[in-house]
Design a protein around this ligand. Sequence first.
Ligand SMILES: NC(=O)c1ccc[n+]([C@@H]2O[C@H](COP(=O)([O-])OP(=O)(O)OC[C@H]3O[C@@H](n4cnc5c(N)ncnc54)[C@H](OP(=O)(O)O)[C@@H]3O)[C@@H](O)[C@H]2O)c1
Length: 319
Amino acid sequence: MNEPAATQPLGPTNRNARPVALITGASRGIGALTVAEFLRAGFDVAAVARSGERLQALAAEAPAEGRVVPVPLDITDSSALMAGVERVERELGAVEVLVNNAGYGLRGAMEDVPREELEKLFLVNVFAQVEMTQAVLPHMRRRGRGRIIFVSSVQGRVVIPFSGAYGASKFALEGAADALRRETRLFGVEVVLLEPGPVATEFATHARSLSDEILNNTASVYHRAYATYLEKKREINRSAVAPEKVARLIAKIARVRRPRARYRIQRYAWLLPVLAVLLPTRLADWLLMRPYRKAYRSSGAADERATPRAEGGEGSCNE
Ligand SMILES: NC(=O)c1ccc[n+]([C@@H]2O[C@H](COP(=O)([O-])OP(=O)(O)OC[C@H]3O[C@@H](n4cnc5c(N)ncnc54)[C@H](OP(=O)(O)O)[C@@H]3O)[C@@H](O)[C@H]2O)c1
């Protein structure tokens, strides 16, 4: 794992006495708790999300010595995003730490995810994160310091079946963040990826409801596998880490003198990527699909597959 070079310690660089952090996805879950951690750590915070009311509530709860500026906007709206960052710079000063945390999940087999849903997902989970980064980078470069923290996922390292769209978006985010880290380090900007496994927030409930149409489609050849998948998800989510722990880690990454390129928070998030590297891909595929074999057999998916194989079309390819 590459260790970025030491930078100057972060500190106030604007007309406020306190440094400024911009946190996206701040209306609930990891983001809302991260706002609280940053306030405790001495930052003023620009809190970005669509739900203005929740952001107002966060601002009202802020301690007297800290400021939370609610910035209600949809990060997929380019002009709102630019105007939001300009407002933050005007009201609080230049952004010292950006936490790209907003994001959502989508469930379903790749074959079942409509292109529009895929585009929407990538807009939020990838393109908007890059655009937000582009908006704050000029100030960071000019000052020769700044920190950008991307909240990715263990699924940005290993994609599990039926979470492919979400995993692909986090893989794309990891690629963008890796490039940014290398490109901006010489300007004194640190780019860090955080790759949590399951975290106990409303994330899973939202992902489930946004994927209802896909998962409830009884005509899908994957329909039976979805029941197994959801059961497995519930099992995995039982070991979800508390979001407070993630928020504390983000605040720590913002202040540590030499941040690592990547952070993981639970054993599961360490284990999966290591196994993915050590195991032959075909073996990893087999292990990840093992729970679904029965569902595939009973749904007739295996029979559908038999025809092209018998004709020698598929199955002969080694990749
Ligand atoms: N929870 C987990 O198991 C888990 C695991 C690994 C990684 N992560 C990652 O952690 C991050 C935070 O997740 P969470 O668990 O805290 O989820 P969450 O509770 O569902 O919060 C998601 C946040 O993103 C915001 N958001 C979504 N779409 C947006 C948009 N278009 N514009 C602006 N804000 C938007 C939401 O606010 P509004 O709806 O108000 O806009 C909300 O504040 C995500 O990137 C997620 O991929 C989560």
